[in-house]
Design a protein around this ligand. Structure first.
Ligand code: AMP
Ligand code: MG
Length: 419
């Protein structure tokens, strides 16, 4: 079998020193497979996780034909096409309390929303459109056969898959499972992801900053993004730029995790000892991706764990996570990997752009006269985390693109709502 590095180097257009974003995304996804383990859990435990089995509807939902309105159920064939029809009200049906009497010809049933429509009746007329005289209901002409009726099984048919394995469970799916009466579901097990930051200049929160130090923020953004993706995060702290410590951290992480995510230490000035070390422990490709921010990145495996060596700059960590790591983890979780949807909106600002790389600016989408537009959020340095915090989207300027003029359409990926 080919080694990972051989496989990568045989891929079309593979140039580790100038890899377009789309090529890197495809190379990563092609290597990964879903974790093979499943577990049973109560329906609510499934939120933000991936369904591990097809769920077949054991019953029709709804179980019976029922009324969509408060009104009168009747036989459409008994209505006069031209004028009013007078029908005898023979009883009432409530949600959860069916009418079980006889419905002779010429009769109508007072019915509430959600009540079973008895066999033989086929149409519901809303109460606000009828006249009532004692025990007689007067139906105006112009009713449509079958109106205001919810058919048995119109939501889900018994025996058909209601949800397929691989479905990401959102609130709608949790409710849908409950609507089928499911108590437990089979879930793909959570991914175990180890994270650590590398850098001699990093200081952990809770400790006073010494001169030249910065607080380690990457572990916190990574923890946040991973937690929202439903991963089990193992935070391994800060690892100094020292081969022995780094080797021990990588070996420990590889033993206990499906994925290792590091930040820092992969840029040109620092990569040498990391590269030598990672090459010894596993198979890792060092890429320069044609993108800004986020150019250097390492991808490979150490033992049974996949490794993502992200750049150190705080914005680059987030951008590379969303573009590469998120879809990769989704695939490992057993879900359909999704790239972030990209919409096109006019730019409120002129933007400088160098062709030959994909650029991700932090953007603020605003609504003006009912139309969405986007502007960059001030200084765009890849170390300026504030630009991410002020952003509600990433502005994506594609590989081949040059400068953008005011009013030109640009791609945006919304950050709000990202799981
Ligand atoms: P590196 O990729 O290690 O050369 O780091 C690039 C820049 O990102 C340097 O200015 C680092 O100080 C900064 N940096 C690296 N890791 C972190 C971190 N965990 N938190 C905050 N800043 C970091
Ligand atoms: Mg560093």
């Amino acid at each position: 079998m080919n080694s990972l590095l051989q496989t990568l180097s045989c891929a079309d257009g593979y140039d580790p020193d100038a890899l377009p974003v789309g090529t890197a995304q495809a190379l990563i996804l092609a290597q990964l497979a879903p974790v093979p383990d499943f577990e049973r859990g109560f329906v609510r435990c499934g939120l933000n996780r991936v369904l591990g089995e097809d769920v077949v509807a054991p019953v029709n939902v709804p179980a019976h034909d029922n009324s969509a309105m408060d009104g009168y159920a009747l036989r459409h064939a008994e209505l006069s096409a031209a004028g009013e029809t007078r029908l005898a009200i023979v009883g009432s049906a409530y949600a959860g309390r069916a009418f079980e009497g006889h419905l002779p010809p010429g009769s109508a049933l007072r019915i509430m929303t959600g009540a079973i429509v008895p066999e033989g009746l086929d149409t519901v007329v809303p109460q606000e459109t009828v006249g009532v005289e004692g025990e007689i209901v007067i139906i105006p002409p112009g009713q449509r056969a079958g109106q205001h009726l919810r058919r048995a099984g119109e939501d889900l048919k018994a025996g058909q898959p209601a949800l397929k394995a691989g479905k990401w469970l959102r609130p709608a799916e949790i409710g849908l499972l409950a609507s089928l009466g499911q108590v437990e579901v089979t879930l793909r097990r959570r991914l175990r992801v180890a994270i650590f930051s590398t850098g001699d200049e990093l200081c952990s929160i809770g400790t006073p900053l010494a001169p030249g130090q910065v607080y380690d923020s990457n572990r916190y953004t990574l923890w946040g993004m991973l937690t929202r993706l439903g991963c089990e995060v193992r935070d391994m702290g800060v690892v100094r730029d020292d081969p022995e410590t780094l080797e021990a951290a990588l070996a420990a992480a590889a033993k206990s995790s499906d994925v290792i995510i590091t930040s820092g230490g992969v840029s040109v000035g620092e990569a040498d000892f990391v590269r030598e070390l990672m090459a010894r422990l596993g198979e890792v490709a060092f890429w320069k991706i044609a993108m800004k921010p986020g150019r250097p990145m390492a991808f490979g495996r150490i033992g049974a764990a996949w490794l993502f060596g992200l750049p150190g700059n705080p914005v680059a960590v987030m951008v590379t996570f969303y573009q590469f790591v998120r879809p990769a983890l989704q695939k490992m979780m057993g879900a359909e990997p999704t790239s972030l949807p990209t919409f096109r909106v006019p730019s409120l600002a002129a933007l400088r752009k160098t062709p030959g790389r994909t650029e991700y600016l932090r953007g603020q989408m605003v609504q003006e006269d009912g139309e969405w537009r986007v502007q960059p959020t001030g200084a765009q340095g890849s170390g300026i985390l504030r630009s991410m915090s002020e952003a509600n989207c990433l502005i994506v300027l594609e590989h081949e693109r040059g400068n953008v003029a005011v009013g030109d359409l640009v791609g945006v990926q919304t950050l709000d709502g990202l799981v």
